[in-house]
Design a protein around this ligand. Structure first.
Ligand code: 2HA
Ligand code: ZN
Length: 276
């Protein structure tokens, strides 16, 4: 099967196109990766041919040894990915030690995987473990309203989770574990990747202050849906703040407990504090 005709490839492009449509991928902003399943690899094995030397990951991911990832390219614009996929994204394989990778398809003309490769792979490694292998997608977007909130709310997971939950009834059901926050750090390296992946132990959504958001999911729909739901809630919050009117009523801690019971989700009490 031609790689570009597979279901996972179509789903990958669908995310890049929808993310662009929502304004989250200015210039080369954002990146996306997918860990191929054994069936995916079997389907396209004839096209996975080493196209580069082994290159340093700048992170150690032994639990991802020999795994293949479809991933966006460094410096590439999301708006071009579906038009010229082989130039703007590619498939890489991690080596036996989890220290290096090589390009096996795409990323033509000397292109390299996203500058956030360490964060993607460190997040994949954690999520593969905590989800018993179910998680396959890591998605980073420059979500306008979430970024805006990181200037005016304290960078505290309890505060930001609670505000996002309150702005839209579905949120507590869609991301009951809440959101993690990484304070501003230099992007594009191992340090921010390590901090992000620590939070991925607990959260499926990790916000990078003044930068954007990472979401993890077992499917493209799950990862994209998390991003879309959290960002929509942030948009509502920005609109509420913009009215400069006092909030007259909201969803209360007891309402959340009722919601949790009805939808059979566990909402940690740490987020259900009384606000004065
Ligand atoms: O790929 O979004 O964080 C460009 C970025 C870096
Ligand atoms: Zn970014």
């Amino acid at each position: 099967m031609d790689i570009m005709k597979t279901k996972f490839f179509a789903d990958f492009l669908n995310v890049t196109e929808d993310g662009v449509g929502l304004g989250w991928h200015e210039r080369n902003g954002g990146n996306l990766s997918y860990r191929l399943s054994p069936d995916d690899v079997d389907e396209i094995r004839d096209q996975l041919l080493p196209k580069s030397e082994w290159l340093e990951i700048d992170a150690s991911v032994p639990d991802l040894k020999n795994e293949y990832f479809l991933i966006t390219g460094s410096g590439k614009f999301f708006r071009n990915i579906s038009i010229q996929p082989e130039e703007n994204c590619g498939i890489i394989q991690v080596d036996e030690a989890g220290e290096r990778y090589r390009i096996c398809w795409g990323l033509l003309n000397g292109a390299r995987p996203t500058s956030e490769l360490p964060t993607h792979l460190l997040n994949h490694e954690v999520k593969k473990r905590v989800s018993s292998g179910r998680n396959r997608v890591i998605y980073h977007a420059h979500t306008t309203n979430i970024i805006a909130l990181t200037f005016v709310l304290p960078l505290d997971s309890r505060v930001i989770t609670r505000y996002l939950w309150e702005m839209s009834t579905e949120c507590a059901v869609v991301f009951p574990d809440g959101v993690g926050i990484v304070p501003w750090m230099v992007p594009g390296g191992r340090s921010i990747g390590v901090e992000s992946s620590k939070l991925m132990e607990k959260f499926d959504i990790v916000i990078w202050a003044h930068h954007g958001t990472f979401c993890a999911g077992s499917t493209f729909d799950e990862a994209f849906g998390l991003m879309h739901t959290a960002e929509k809630s942030a948009e509502i919050l920005i609109k509420v703040f913009s009215t400069q009117r006092k909030i007259q009523q909201t969803i209360t801690p007891q309402d959340f407990r009722d919601l949790a019971e009805h939808f059979h989700v566990v909402l940690p009490e740490e987020f259900l504090y009384d606000r004065d």
